[in-house]
Design a protein around this ligand. Sequence first.
Ligand code: XMP
Length: 524
Amino acid sequence: MSDIHQHKILILDFGSQFTQLIARRVREAGVYCEIYACDVDAQRISEFAPRGIILSGGPESVTAATRYPIADIVFELKVPVLGVCYGMQAMASYFGAEVVNADHSEFGYATVRARGHSVLLRDIQDRANDEGHGLLDVWMSHGDRVESVPEGFKLIASTDNAPVAGFADEARKLYALQFHIEVTHTRQGAAIINRFVGEICECNTDWRPAGIAENCISQVREQVGTDSVLLALSGGVDSSVVAAILHRAIGEKLTCVFVDTGLLRHAEGDQVMATFAESLGVNVIRVDAEDEFLQALAGESDPEQKRKVIGGLFIKIFEREARQLDGVRWLAQGTIYPDVIESAGSATGKAHVIKSHHNVGGLPADMQLKLVEPLRELFKDEVRAVGRELGLPATMIDRHPFPGPGLGVRILGEVTKPFAQTLRAADQIFIEELRRHDLYQKVSQAFAVFLPVKSVGVTGDGRRYAHVISLRAVETTDFMTANWAHLPYDFLDLVSRRIINEIEEVSRVVYDISGKPPATIEWE
Ligand code: XMP
């Protein structure tokens, strides 16, 4: 088996909101990469032994380049370097060129003319101008401007506003581009990244789903040896993929605990059991804890208290089950790379905040179990690809995120069994129709919310005084901000009719048209 970590790229983060996108594009090009803060120790950079380095953009003005300068080690390693946006300005400044505040900032689309026949941009173009020069439609976002090409470098790109939109020293394989190559608005961005990591850094492109899956499996085997491992299986993508990896790696030595809180989506518990216990033969202990959860939540209507009650009870039940098992030494968790970046970022106080989706993040340290986290290096799309590779069904892999507290935060106020049943039924209709109309994958997250207010309606047989369901569907890439999805009116009409006709306890359906911010995605 080839070593999929053999050739890797280092991305130095100068604080751009797009840094993770650079990493994802590099991985999509088949090359492993990691993100380090721009001021990380020189020693860590050289120990990482990158085959190339990408300097990200950043919110800083480079006129403040002195604030976050590039460490000498970046160029001392003698590997190819590519600076993007702030990364380019910081490079210009490092090599002695002047960077000034532009008269007008450039945000949005721009047309770049490639110059100088660089290896980086050769034959990569969206179209050509009358003189046959290659043109690229790119996305720019910068306030500063590089005034001149640093000594020893040549011009490789320009725009009307930014005469120096790219420069290179091809002998030393140092490149810089003013525009963002990592966003999809720059149509040739992926081609440029492929060129850099493939041809210029000469990386093997072995970072592919099959290899990643094999690697996760063999690393787990190495880490846990013949010990037994415990996993809290939620049915979400991350814990499901962890289960599939561990099952391949250690088979019988894996035990999953699946807690049915009574706050899951329609048929979720049965689906988890069918996939894992029945099809894959994984040891899964299903704990039917609906009554316990409903009792614990009785009379509680404060959202934060509800979250605490649900989280606390989950841990109590999980621990109770764990105590029944002999010889478990490890606890598996579905931590993914954005969580790792976030914790590193909060440690240094520099990187941006990313929402983490731990399901068992609050487990107490006194469980005395060691942690095994097979997805630590992976982005969400890679987790999904590994899941597919390991044969998990699409319905499990492609499903929208579901919050740890489940329907508990989608039933506003007090949670009761009848409310949960009504909500589950409405949610199922909404999701079923989204899938049927090929809209499920077009939105990032969709669900129904139960509103405990009553409203008057009229149905064929008379007056109906019943509850309200709100439909929520959003489009987002990072779940930090989101737009409400503009679902077709006819579609919403159909879903509304079905819900009111099929569920007696509902007299009215509304559609949530709030963006995030100011609203959050979940209602509680
Ligand atoms: P909000 O409501 O904060 O949600 O806009 C952003 C994303 O996070 C999910 N979410 C959670 N996920 N445990 C989770 O694992 C939680 O307690 C939790 N609360 C919100 C939410 O569904 C959305 O995808």
